[in-house]
Ligand binder design. Structure first.
Ligand code: GDP
Length: 304
């Protein structure tokens, strides 16, 4: 019974809590410590390869620096996680790219339910607060309720929205929104897209069509194609990312539902396997539960 309780408790703990627990309770930096570490990392969705890489590099470092104290081990873990995150990427910056002049267009892609609409609502609020003129395009005309949901966010945020009835051609919505964004001098246009989980060819065609329409109106847009992934779906999120990355030029990730998940390690797995930057993270359902992602802050935050 005790084992069972422990197991349940463990699954409730976040990645950081589990790491903390491990670091606070080890007796010596021996093989069983590394076994526990690997198990913790894999359980947190860091991915098998990344977990082994972290563990192997830590072994080296611990030997090299003759580390014994728990606080020192923690420092080495923190350094390694940040270093491996940085190494795995191909891009330098994890912020958003903005248009030099005219509206910046940001396309949101991802399967249903990952939090696209919610993320747009939060992000629109963020940029509105910074004094930007924000327009939303409700181009997810497929999912029932998606347009109304985005409309509620637009009203709440006090930003404008372009919408058409459900089942309309998403490209027509985008076309109207682009015209409006240009003629009325909006700073940012956020485009919500349908998250139909189709085959890759369909997905590719649909996204290509939308991008063609955007580029015809604004040659250097879209400045960002943000793929929204749900952190609680683990390996599934990685598979979705692979599919979208093959279908279009994804420029970055928004990782939602990181609040309370034991699987924050997915951040590292995404980075390691897809070399994409996580640009924002969702930490809840409320308007201010969106944060720009800072790797070092994230890793340090794990140990608070
Ligand atoms: P979409 O189908 O991709 O547009 O997904 P929605 O925006 O409708 O989100 C699906 C559900 O996830 C909703 O109930 C949201 O409130 C919830 N959600 C979105 N982002 C987060 C987050 O960061 N944390 C939590 N806990 N819930 C979220």
């Amino acid at each position: 019974a005790e084992r069972y309780d422990k197991g349940l408790e463990k699954s409730r703990l976040t990645f950081g809590q589990r790491l903390n627990h491990l670091l606070a309770n080890f007796r010596s930096v021996d093989e069983s410590f590394f076994d526990d570490l690997e198990e913790t990392l894999i359980g947190a969705d860091v991915g098998f390869d990344m977990a082994m890489k972290i563990s192997d590099e830590l072994r080296e470092e611990v030997k090299l620096k003759n580390v014994k104290k728990s606080t020192d081990v923690q420092n080495v873990v923190v350094e390694k996680l940040i270093e491996l995150y940085d190494q795995a990427g191909t891009d330098e910056h994890n912020g958003l790219t903005f248009a030099k002049e005219g509206p910046t267009v940001i396309l949101f892609v991802g399967v249903n339910g990952v939090g696209k609409t919610t993320t747009i609502g939060k992000m629109a609020n963020l940029f509105k607060q910074q004094g930007k003129k924000v327009l939303l395009a409700a181009a997810d005309t497929f999912r029932a309720g998606a347009i109304e949901q985005l409309n509620v966010w637009a009203q709440r945020d006090g930003v404008d929205i372009v919408k058409k009835p459900e089942q309309s051609d998403p490209s027509a919505v985008v076309f109207d929104a682009l015209k409006k964004a240009k003629s009325e001098n909006y700073d940012i246009l956020f485009v919500d897209t349908a998250g139909r989980l189709q085959n890759k060819t369909n997905l590719m065609n649909e996204l290509a069509k939308m991008k063609r329409i955007i580029t015809r109106e604004i040659p250097d847009a879209p400045q960002e194609v943000l793929l929204v992934l749900d952190a609680t779906t683990g390996q599934n999120a990685l598979n979705q990312a692979k599919m979208f990355k093959e279908a279009t030029d994804v420029s970055g990730i928004v990782l939602t539902k990181l609040d309370g998940t034991a699987r924050g390690g997915i951040v590292l797995a995404i980075r390691n396997e897809l070399h994409l930057a996580v640009k924002y993270v969702g930490l809840g359902e409320q308007v201010d539960d969106l944060r720009p992602f800072e790797p070092s802050e994230f890793v340090y935050g794990l140990f608070k």
